[in-house]
Write a protein that binds this ligand. Structure first.
Ligand code: ATP
Ligand code: MG
Length: 343
């Protein structure tokens, strides 16, 4: 299959570049083999600080996520990595190169999927890819070869000659990903890759991203969907109000900040409100690690939801509905910030 070839080439590029081909560039940071390294990274817009002194490393080949609510600073961070927005303070290297001084070199090896689609609606699907090949100075025949492979990869071959405008949201997103891959990048930046898509379109896109990762492409993803972060990311940072509030794999974060299971209890209005009514005072003592009162339900964090539900019943609690589920990154976010991830 022709589509496989360049992915393997892309796979060894990060290491080769750091150790070899650009070895003469003076601002390589030798002890780190991180593909992206940020230290005290800060973005200010006038007196407003959108990214406030964050540190993170992205390793070659990993899928790294920035999870956080609207306005957390995810896009601002991505735009600095993409070298289209200057760093206000701190240091940021991509491929071992300082973003302040080597923007063009970095951009040549990056693929970028911006938060808003920036496709040319006047052009056909294929032409949108070819024009990008031109930006990267590819010979026409090479552009065409890559575009054909990429349309196959994102399952848009049949739409090659169609105009972009009537495509579905999921198709457009896949086309933007294909476009971002035209320069055979070893690092792909994806800003909210599936926002606004239906579940089926999201799953298809996740599948393509997973395949890219398997082929050695490093993925850097922002999302405010916890399930997306859990599905795609090996490691992630949780961002809130310009800062990183936690870092780890999805599993590590869940283990560190919440219990294995959550018991969700709903009560008739008035009952079950831990703070005002006080009706639950003491009734869950010793049964739960922690409780969290949401407007419509009570979350009870516990290792064994079923057992806790049974024990609560024994103590006379009569919720109108009982749900036991595994803890998620949403629970981690709630624990860390006291707020829900999706407002
Ligand atoms: N060009 C700009 N000028 C002034 N303020 C900005 C600019 N770009 C972003 N901001 C502000 O910086 C903060 C972080 O924005 P950013 O777009 O990075 O957040 P985000 O995490 O990507 O949010 P979303 O999930 O909504 O995309 C927001 O308060 C935003 O209003
Ligand atoms: Mg954003």
């Amino acid at each position: 299959m022709t589509g496989e070839r360049w992915f393997f080439r892309a796979a060894w590029r990060p290491q080769a570049a750091i150790g070899g081909t650009i070895g003469a560039v003076p601002d390589i940071i030798p002890p780190s083999d991180a593909l992206i390294r940020a230290r005290g990274l800060t973005k200010r817009f006038g007196s407003f600080t959108a990214v406030d002194g964050v540190d993170f490393d992205v390793a070659p080949g990993e899928a790294f996520g920035f999870l956080g609510p609207n306005g957390a600073g995810k896009t601002s961070t991505m735009r600095m990595i993409g070298t289209v927005s200057p760093v206000s303070a701190g240091t940021l290297t991509v491929f071992g190169l300082d973003t302040a001084r080597h923007g063009a070199q970095i951009r040549a090896r990056l693929g970028v999927v911006p938060q808003a689609d920036t496709l040319d609606n006047e052009l056909s699907v294929l032409e949108n890819l070819l024009i990008y090949g031109r930006y990267f100075g590819l010979p026409w025949s090479e552009s065409r070869r890559r575009a054909t492979e990429l349309l196959d990869f994102v399952q848009l071959t049949e739409r090659a000659g169609d105009r972009v405008e009537p495509l579905s949201g999921g198709m457009k997103r896949r086309l933007v990903i294909a476009r971002a891959l035209i320069n055979e990048p070893s690092l792909l930046l994806l800003d909210e890759p599936t926002t606004g898509l239906d579940p089926q379109a999201r799953h298809l896109l996740w599948d393509r991203l997973y395949r890219l990762k398997q082929r050695g492409v490093t993925l850097c993803i922002t999302t405010h969907y916890m399930d997306e972060a859990e599905q795609l990311c090996d490691r992630l940072v949780v961002m809130d109000k310009a800062k990183i509030v936690a870092e780890g794999s999805p599993r590590q974060l869940i283990e560190q900040y919440v219990t294995r299971e959550v018991l969700e209890l709903r009560f008739n209005r008035g009952e079950g409100e831990t703070d005002d009514s006080g009706q639950l005072d003491g009734q869950l003592d010793g049964l739960a690690d922690r409780t969290e009162q949401l407007p419509d339900r009570l979350l009870v964090y516990t290792a064994d939801g079923e057992a806790t539900a049974a024990a609560a019943f024994e103590r006379g609690l009569r919720p109108t509905s009982v749900l036991v589920r595994r803890s998620s990154l949403e629970d981690v976010f709630l624990r860390l910030t006291g707020r829900s991830l999706v407002e």
